[in-house]
Ligand binder design. Structure first.
Ligand code: FES
Length: 104
């Protein structure tokens, strides 16, 4: 088996002033980089951090979705990222405070 968890991070960037905004304007790229670094440092070889295009929940971003669970989170800063890694990816739980509506 290769990866067990795939974390898709929206990195979509829109032109300034777009009514929906975009995750890139909210720091999505640096948060993706931080997630990658932490997963590597913590030696979680079954977790893959992937870049994604728009996940269509732009107003709630930066958005990530974790499969196979189909769990959606907003991940706004490094504290959020650390909690998602520890609670969800390491311990198999859910970070209730960061869940987006419609998570399985
Ligand atoms: S721009 Fe990230 S969900 Fe649409």
């Amino acid at each position: 088996m290769f990866y067990v968890s795939h974390v898709f991070c929206c990195l979509n960037r829109r032109e300034p002033g777009h009514p929906r905004g975009c995750c890139a304007d909210k720091g999505a790229e640096s948060l993706r980089d931080y997630l990658k670094d932490r997963v590597k440092t913590l030696n979680l070889p079954k977790v893959r951090i992937n870049a994604a295009g728009c996940l269509d929940r732009c107003e709630l971003g930066p958005c990530i979705v974790i499969y196979p669970e189909g769990t959606w989170y907003t991940c706004r800063n490094q504290e959020d990222a650390d909690e998602i890694i520890d609670t969800h990816l390491v311990k198999g739980g859910r970070v209730e405070r960061l869940l987006l509506p419609g998570s399985d």
